[in-house]
Write a protein that binds this ligand. Structure first.
Ligand SMILES: Nc1ncnc2c1ncn2[C@@H]1O[C@H](COP(=O)(O)OP(=O)(O)OP(=O)(O)O)[C@@H](O)[C@H]1O
Ligand SMILES: [Mg+2]
Length: 490
């Protein structure tokens, strides 16, 4: 995973990481509030020797005190020291229990003993620490008293009296919050990486490259669909430019053989086959070529819906001999695009598409037009597209960004290779306009795409917008078709 991919994972999943971090923070806050508060008070003692007159005795005394200090530390948690404290403070506990909350310690090579007492009440914590100091002084005097009745050679002096602490020592709220945030963020990152490993959808050009080495002929960004419509539509703005670029690249890709029939398909449903077929056909017609768009999806046709053309005549009516090709072909828009809708749905689409009548019909279409574009069903669920490759010379594979998995795309390419389809390239459709998976290279707008040498028509910087033009065309045709439907009813 390179740096670019790591940044992409962060950008795609930043919301998830932030929400995990916030959850960690909230959990830490809840735990901190729920945890019982404990206060720590500390006091200290100094260990010295007494009755010392000469410097040699002082030397000896210091060594003696140092040697004894650790024993006094241990003595501090013994019942001999703690029982008097319990009695004096009237604590409801045993010496063994109290020993868990009293800690005596000393630093190396010092004669200072620190006593720390922990309690849920700050004042009681201070009282216990001070009580242990007093009790330890007495206990040491007692245990060190020589048998001959002379005073103890060591003396413990209180050097620091414990005060009631103002803030609890536990829970450590800021530390808990910082840890909660950190662990939450780490968990979010782990889930983000896992998601990336498990999610093998084609999102970017790099993902596409992992599934296929077929040439990428174009990238179509996501456009805003007309309100309430789920049908393919004519893309305006940068979409028009993108299709012009795709058309040009197709001409380059097909150089050396005449591209008379182009089958447009995809691995699975809903990747944008019909949208690409319609827009590409329109773009080719606008460049002055005689183009026929055929809705060869005899299971889920959508061209008639998208264009508002008459759906009752089309490919199936020609195949069964009810109409001839020219009568069934309808014209759409000012660009001179011819369209053959699917016609009524047959019960046996695969057989119809595989028939010799279909082969003959395609020959007839190729003779009458410069190029015939077939909007075909997807490759993986049904055999129709694979069958149509027998009668067509080129194939364009539409890859829906974030729609198809890398695995399914590879499987579709494999199947097309098995039937020896002439796949001339792929087009990545539905690239997001913003966000981590957006690719600014495809966000071309008017004038942003360099005019291509093969591009005969004027560039889209012209004043009339293609979407307005398309809308005018669609509305015009809709009017005509509704009149036609009305006529049929009458
Ligand atoms: N570039 C795009 N920007 C915005 N919407 C798109 C784009 N491409 C396709 N769509 C929308 O996605 C949906 C599916 O597109 P389309 O019908 O073209 O896919 P399809 O592959 O032909 O589907 P099916 O397998 O059902 O025939 C439609 O609602 C269409 O408007
Ligand atoms: Mg379709």
């Amino acid at each position: 995973m390179d740096m670019r991919e790591q940044i992409l994972i962060l950008r795609r999943n930043w919301m998830l990481i932030v929400s995990f971090a916030l959850s960690g923070l909230i959990a830490a806050a809840v735990v901190s509030v729920a945890m019982p508060k404990a206060y720590t008070a500390s006091s200290s003692l100094f260990v010295s020797t007494q009755n010392v007159d000469t410097s040699a005795e002082l030397q000896q005394g210091s060594a003696f005190a140092l040697a004894r200090v650790q024993s006094y530390v241990n003595l501090a948690s013994k019942p001999q020291v703690l029982d008097p404290v319990i009695e004096e403070l009237e604590l409801n506990t045993s010496s063994a229990e109290l020993a868990k909350n009293v800690k005596a310690s000393t630093s190396r090579n010092t004669v200072i003993i620190e006593i720390k007492a922990v309690d849920s009440d700050p004042q009681r914590a201070a009282d216990i620490a001070n009580g242990v100091v007093s009790s330890l002084i007495l206990a040491v005097a007692d245990v060190e008293r020589p048998t001959n009745g002379t005073p103890s050679p060591v003396r413990l002096t209180s050097v620091d009296t414990a005060q009631a602490p103002s803030a609890p020592s536990s829970p450590k709220t800021s530390l808990n919050l910082a840890l909660g945030l950190l662990y939450g963020m780490a968990a979010g990152l782990a889930v983000a990486v896992l998601r990336n490993v498990l999610d093998r959808h084609v999102r970017t050009e790099a993902d596409l490259r992992r599934s296929t080495s077929l040439p990428l002929l174009g990238g179509i960004t996501e456009s805003e669909a007309p309100k309430g419509s789920s049908a393919p539509f004519v893309l305006g703005g940068s979409g028009t430019d993108a299709f012009r670029q795709l058309r040009t690249n197709l001409e380059f890709a097909a150089v050396g053989h005449a591209m008379k029939s182009l089958l447009v398909t995809s691995a699975q449903a809903g990747e944008g086959k019909s949208t690409v077929s319609l827009n590409l056909a329109l773009s080719m017609a606008q460049s002055g070529r005689r183009v026929l768009l055929v809705d060869a999806d005899l299971r889920l046709p959508s061209v008639a819906d998208a264009t508002g053309l008459e759906p009752s005549v089309g490919l199936t009516t020609v195949l069964v001999g009810r109409t001839n090709l020219s009568d069934a072909t309808q014209h759409w828009g000012n660009a001179g695009l011819s369209i053959l809708t699917s016609g009524p749905l047959p019960p046996n689409p695969t057989e119809l598409l595989a028939s010799s009548t279909m082969q003959k019909l395609i020959g007839e279409m190729e003779a009458a037009y410069d190029v015939v574009i077939f909007d075909a069903p997807p490759v993986l669920p049904v055999a129709d597209a694979a069958i149509l490759t027998r009668h067509t010379d080129s194939l364009l594979l539409v890859v829906g960004a974030r729609k198809v998995s890398q695995h399914n795309l590879s499987k579709a390419v494999e199947q097309l290779n098995l039937v020896k389809a002439n796949v001339i390239g792929v087009v990545l459709n539905g690239i997001p306009r913003s966000g981590p998976d957006a690719n600014s290279a495809y966000l071309t707008d008017y004038g942003a795409v360099p005019a291509s040498p093969l591009d005969g028509e004027q560039h889209s910087g012209r004043p009339s917008s293609p979407i307005a033009e398309a809308a005018e065309v669609v509305n015009g045709d809709r009017g005509r078709n509704s009149r036609r439907k009305q006529a049929v009813k009458n």
